[in-house]
Design a binder for this molecule. Structure first.
Ligand code: PLP
Length: 884
């Protein structure tokens, strides 16, 4: 923090005086009238000084209003802006003896027992607190934020007086009552009161710090928890250029303004926890243009649903889908909707017109205040209003716009907003699509023709009409061998899809080919006994120490359906526990809370359907937990009586990491409670080790779900585990008892001889070549290091997780937190675009964030992949994917 001019050398008044409040308000009214009467410019500075004095005398809440006005150069004259800015960081403060006494009171100890140095003159002073620089005994430089004596009481006095006025106004005026002013004021009052509570502020600051850890240009001071008390907050000291002196920053002001806007949007849309008061006194800049976010006295929190509502609403606006935007806006941010529901058509048309006007017609002169005012007037006419969350969002947008406009008067707010929103959409923008259209039209014309032909007769949601991750330029394969595929036009690619997992030995491996050919020669049978199915069961049971028996089926999805049914039958209970972000196949149960839509508190999520068409009963009968949260497992005990089983991916693909401590705790707790534990090792089963992630972790589940590799590339699945559970599907040889006590498992093609022969060939090969796993791990590490070097040297925020041939890549700085938090920061557009750029450079990546190596990939193949990634990043940077 740079030195301040410190115009105030006196303390705040101890009590709330009525007169200055009246003066302050009279000024605002008087100024407007005077402007209309005679534009006496020479009086503006004097007026501003008088107003400033009145606000200071009136108390912290009024000072806050002054701070807000200081960011609105579009509303008040420049002399006012200049003078009122003083309130942002140079408001009156306590003198040295007062500050010292306050600190010793908070510490309960002499100052020198904690601080080696302490500057008694604050570096900044806002409406509620003042900030001192100091040095801890270990030499670390810190900032100590101290609530000014008397301020909590003054806030209380201010708010009580204002509250009385609002109540009076509400009684006297139906317009004020319609606006639900008393309730809204109550919410704002709560926000103000929390400003003087440093424990609350420290917890918010810590959360924002975690959210921005690793961010390319946003910094948040680290809290030093040992020296945090209700009135004092100690944190890492950050030097920087004040918001009002941003011209000193070595970066174009337009870029700085865009960074500011992106930062606020990231907090609101992605993190759901935003700085609530982003005025220039609270945001500093480093010389190179980093943003240092200070002061978490006011924060705005949005639920998952509100974040979803905000993003989906703005997304519809960027696509000019006004009716959809009206639906989303009304569903998420409007209350009191009875009248408007009755007059829906008129309301919809009117709101659509307002949205179109602001988001399209006058969008290059975007005005947040104008937009909010128009929508608010319209809602009022229909007896409705914004939700309190949206009111808070509005305040943040207003401050942000004021500050951003101060940095760059030419800023095109809506254009930036559209660019921001677009980054998180999986669909390419028009410009990028045109570039790809031209390129792929030449590189893969036959595939594109086949895509168009397929679209007439085939819906293939996993690879052509891909759900959520669109596949605009699908590749159609002519042949595949080893680690490579060749498309219809003869282009060869190093393949990293691995067919989503089965082809661990590469395509067309001799042992698999021979097994399939011999199976064809012998005649493929199903629904009749044959040796290969017994052999496959034996191989599976031998591979997993905890397994006694196996049941075969046709896919990973089926194996999960079967495992859950066995557990429900065994326990005679319905409720299934699963983990947020874990995908267990495409059944209703497998998809609950599994992808990009979550809801409820992150520590105790509520279940939400993963797809339209899910049975709501299945969703209701699911409890959702967080992988890695050992403390959260206590909830298992609360619900133990209702639980059929717990299902988990022991090594979730999204992190490619095994949390052994967590899995041990989960095993202990489920064993204590007698609840079956199911490991979904459909991906990891024979990929990360022979015997899967459970072999690495040394943990024995009750059941294991398998698929992919065990069929050697043909459709296959299996449940293996304790006989007590698998035997639920075994006949009792009494038809009545079967119905009463057994669970049915079936499948015409389950365990067909061709699949079993192919599976046996692969598993036998893997079992007999254990060093194959070591090689895969070494190659995984090598490639990961190559990727990391490519992103590091370009300063691109990218998280790459990899283990045992499984990679997960996200263009995001976030690596901490639960699944929904890590995913929320991801640049989906860049991830999908990467797949297309890689294809230009000879590598096939699926349009997902995960990909796989096979044992057939050669050193040459890996070198091609490393180089393609490097070249792709260069292309992408050139095409504006990583603008910061
Ligand atoms: N479980 C996990 C962990 C998966 O990743 C998948 C699919 O990718 C499945 C189950 C479902 O397997 P399948 O697609 O074979 O039905």
């Amino acid at each position: 923090m740079s030195a301040s001019p410190r115009r105030f050398a006196r303390n705040l008044p101890a009590n709330f005086p009525a007169k200055p409040v009246v003066h302050a308000l009279a000024h605002l009214v008087g100024y407007t009238a005077a402007r209309i009467r005679s534009p006496r410019e020479d009086l503006r500075t004097e007026e501003a000084e008088r107003l400033l004095d009145c606000l200071v005398q009136a108390g912290p809440v009024y000072m806050k209003m002054g701070q807000l006005l200081a960011t609105r150069s579009d509303l008040v004259p420049p002399e006012w802006v200049q003078t009122l800015r003083t309130l942002q960081d140079d408001a009156p403060h306590m003198d040295a003896p007062q500050s010292r006494a306050a600190i010793e009171r908070e510490l309960g100890a002499p100052m020198n027992s904690v601080f080696r140095e302490f500057d008694p003159v604050p570096v900044a002073s806002g409406s509620v607190a003042q900030v001192h620089s100091a040095r801890l005994l270990d030499g670390q430089k810190v900032a100590v934020k101290l609530v000014k004596d008397g301020v909590p009481r003054q806030i209380d006095q201010n708010l009580r007086a204002m509250g009385a006025a609002v109540r009076l106004a509400q009684r006297a005026s139906s317009a004020v009552a319609d606006a639900d002013a008393v309730r809204r004021f109550g919410e704002i009052a709560t926000l103000f009161r929390s400003q003087a509570n440093m424990l609350h502020e420290a917890s918010r600051q810590k959360a924002v710090y975690r959210n921005f850890e690793g961010h390319p240009y946003v910094r948040v001071p680290r809290v030093i928890p040992e020296f945090v008390t209700p009135r004092m907050l100690t944190m890492e000291f950050m030097e920087g250029i004040r918001g009002n002196a941003a011209h000193e920053v070595q970066m174009p002001q337009a870029q700085l303004a865009r960074r500011l806007q992106d930062t606020i949007y990231t907090m609101l849309y992605m993190h759901g926890l935003s700085h609530g008061d982003p005025h220039p006194g609270n945001i500093l800049f480093s010389e190179s243009g980093e943003l240092l976010l200070l002061d978490y006295g006011i924060t705005v929190e949005l639920t998952e649903d509100e974040k979803w509502g905000l993003s989906s609403f703005y997304y519809a606006c960027t696509r000019k889908e006004w009716d959809v935007a009206v639906e989303r806006f009304t569903a998420h941010f409007v209350t009191g909707t009875r009248t408007l529901r009755r007059k829906w058509d008129a309301y919809r048309a009117e709101l659509a017109a307002v949205l179109e006007h602001h988001f399209d017609v006058v969008s290059n002169r975007w005005s947040t205040i104008g937009y909010f005012r128009d929508v608010s007037d319209l809602l009022k006419r229909y007896g409705a209003r914004y939700t309190s969350s949206f009111t808070k969002v509005e305040l943040v947008f207003l401050s942000c716009e004021g500050f951003a406009t101060q940095l760059d008067p030419e800023i095109n707010i809506w254009d930036n907003a559209r660019r921001f929103t677009d980054r998180y959409s999986p669909y390419m923008s028009k410009e990028v699509r045109e570039r790809f259209d031209a390129h792929f039209g030449t590189q893969i014309p036959s595939s594109l023709k086949m895509r168009d032909r397929a679209n007439n007769s085939l819906v293939a949601p996993t690879h052509i009409n891909r759900y959520f991750f669109p596949s605009t330029y699908p590749v159609f394969v002519k042949d595949a061998a080893g680690g490579r595929i060749r498309d219809l036009d003869g282009n060869e690619y190093v393949d990293l899809s691995g067919g989503y997992g089965p082809h661990i030995l590469g395509y067309s491996h001799p042992v698999v080919n021979e097994a399939i050919i011999s199976g064809v020669t012998a005649g493929n049978v199903n629904g009749i006994g044959h040796e290969p199915e017994v052999e496959l069961a034996e191989l599976l049971v031998d591979a997993f120490p905890a397994a006694e028996k196996a049941i075969l089926c046709n896919s990973g999805t089926e194996s999960v359906l079967l495992a859950v049914r066995l557990c429900r039958a065994y326990r005679r209970r319905d409720v299934v526990v699963k983990f947020e972000g874990h995908y267990h196949g495409f059944s209703d149960q497998g998809m609950v809370s599994s992808w990009f839509r979550f809801t409820g508190d992150k520590h105790a999520p509520e279940p939400i359907a993963g797809t339209l068409g899910s049975d709501s009963g299945v969703v209701r009968n699911t409890l959702v937990f967080q992988y890695g949260d050992i403390g959260g497992l206590d909830r298992l005990r609360e619900h133990a009586d209702r639980l059929a089983c717990v299902i988990v991916e022991p090594m979730p693909s999204s992190t490619a990491a095994i949390d052994e401590e967590f899995l041990s705790a989960l095993r202990r707790t489920t064993a204590d409670l007698g609840i079956p534990l199911v490991f979904d090792e459909v991906v990891t089963g024979f990929r990360v080790a022979y015997g899967g992630a459970q072999t690495i972790a040394g943990i024995e589940p009750d059941l294991t779900c398998l698929g992919k590799i065990i069929g050697g590339g043909l459709p296959c699945g299996a449940v293996v585990g304790r006989a007590e559970l698998t035997d639920m599907a075994r006949s009792s040889e009494d038809p009545f008892l079967d119905y009463e006590k057994k669970a049915f498992a079936g499948g015409t093609l389950s365990g067909n001889s061709l699949t079993c022969r192919a599976g046996n060939a692969v598993l036998t090969h893997l079992r007999d070549h254990p060093t194959l796993y070591e090689d895969l791990e070494a190659r995984t590490r090598w490639l990961r290091a190559e990727f990391e070097e490519s992103t590091r040297k370009r300063g691109i925020a990218c998280r790459i997780n990899a283990r045992g041939s499984i990679f997960s890549l996200n263009f995001s700085h976030r690596s901490a937190g639960v699944y929904r938090e890590r995913m929320a920061g991801s640049n989906f557009k860049a991830t999908i675009a990467l797949a297309y750029y890689m294809r230009k450079h000879g590598v096939y990546l699926p349009e997902l964030h995960s990909f796989l190596l096979s044992a057939a990939h050669t050193d040459d193949d890996l070198a091609v992949v490393g180089k393609a990634f490097d070249l792709s990043l260069t292309d992408m940077a050139g095409d504006g994917f990583f603008v910061t």
